[in-house]
Design a protein around this ligand. Sequence first.
Ligand SMILES: O=C(O)CCC(=O)C(=O)O
Ligand SMILES: [Fe+2]
Length: 212
Amino acid sequence: MFDGFCYRDDVDVQGSLFAEAPADRRPAPERRVLSSGAWIDVARSWLTEPDGVFDALVSRVPWRAERREMYDRVVAVPRLLHTYGAGEALPHPALLAAREALDAQYAAELGERFATAGCCFYRDGRDSVAWHGDRIGRGATHDTMVAIVSVGDPRRLALRPRGGGPSIAVEMGHGDLVVMGGSCQRTWEHAVPKAAHAGPRVSVQFRPRGVL
Ligand SMILES: O=C(O)CCC(=O)C(=O)O
Ligand SMILES: [Fe+2]
């Protein structure tokens, strides 16, 4: 069986040759420093089993439509949502492995672990999220991180400084990781703009406790 072969191959290599090394072969994130203490990290093809994760997310998550309350206004959210709280089982083992890999990569810098997993289902290019910062919780006052794992069709994450200035964009492709860090949630805003042609995409955002 192909799966069995892959698994045993992994175990052999990690067990005999690299017994002390972490069993993680994900590409290292590359950092882009933005203004005012904000940064983003990007790692392409970072998630293991992205196809299985996409299928599991689309079929197993209890999706609901919602309007999201931002600080001073309610933003229309044309997309489906579900949040897994701290300690709740995630719908695919690769997402648990992803959270553990994020903790291994970032816990020292972040000072805590990733706890919650917010999931968003963009059914097609008409689904989107407007400009906002994740500022309902501590992100409004403290440096933090929001780690986005993306599966399905690629979509653009646009970012712009809160006080005005040119925007940048990062493509979030199938299996890619994009981490917004530092002051990003309070000094920058982000959005997923509508796209003329896009198939389904699911985003999983890992956040520490108290960051929403
Ligand atoms: O779709 C994404 O990856 C970003 C979602 C987002 O910014 C949010 O839900 O706060
Ligand atoms: Fe956000």
